[in-house]
Design a protein around this ligand. Structure first.
Ligand SMILES: [Fe+2]
Length: 177
């Protein structure tokens, strides 16, 4: 068969990136010292650069001054991955699948809290029901790479008091534009 009839690889439709690919992307970008150091840092708050994620995913390079954090949130049904490129971040997450709709207050079961420290190029992938908060508890600036697929349609923000999680706000992607 003449090779000229074969479609060029660039003509192939992009495949949906899996969580592993998003994490590989996060690791790859986290190791790109030139890009990581190009991020402007602000001691007063987070800074970010939008990146081109693999396969149409949404990706960000984010700078975290000491004390900066996200608060509890989910990712609107997207899955994703992130990796620390500089410094150290703390992730607290819930090892339970929460109902996504129809509640304002939820009493969390005991024993579902997880905490991990991410530094030195370490990262993690997460599924579409992941609820977490990420913060910089260290005394140094941290930089991380995040990727989500599908691009975040919305995020639910939660307030947590003890074992009670309260839905506080739904942020839609249009509001970030
Ligand atoms: Fe998140």
């Amino acid at each position: 068969m003449p090779s000229s009839t074969a479609p060029a690889p660039s003509d192939a439709p992009p495949s949906r990136p899996g969580a592993k690919e998003l994490l590989a992307f996060a690791y790859r970008v986290a190791a790109d010292a030139e890009l990581v150091t190009s991020l402007p840092l602000d001691p007063q708050g987070r800074t970010w650069i939008r990146l081109e994620g693999p396969g149409g995913s949404e990706a960000w390079l984010i700078g975290w001054p000491p004390g900066a954090g996200t608060g509890w949130h989910d990712h609107g049904g997207s899955y994703g991955a992130f990796a620390t490129a500089a410094g150290r971040l703390t992730e607290q997450s819930l090892a339970a699948r929460l109902p996504t709709e129809g509640w304002k207050l939820l009493e969390l079961a005991d024993g579902i809290d997880r905490e991990r420290q991410l530094e030195g190029g370490n990262g993690r992938a997460f599924g579409p029901h992941h609820v977490h908060q990420v913060f910089n508890a260290s005394a140094e600036h941290a930089v991380s790479v995040h990727a989500y697929y599908p691009p975040l349609p919305m995020m639910r923000r939660y307030h947590r008091s003890g074992q009670v999680l309260r839905l506080e706000q739904i942020e839609w992607a249009q509001e970030w534009a």
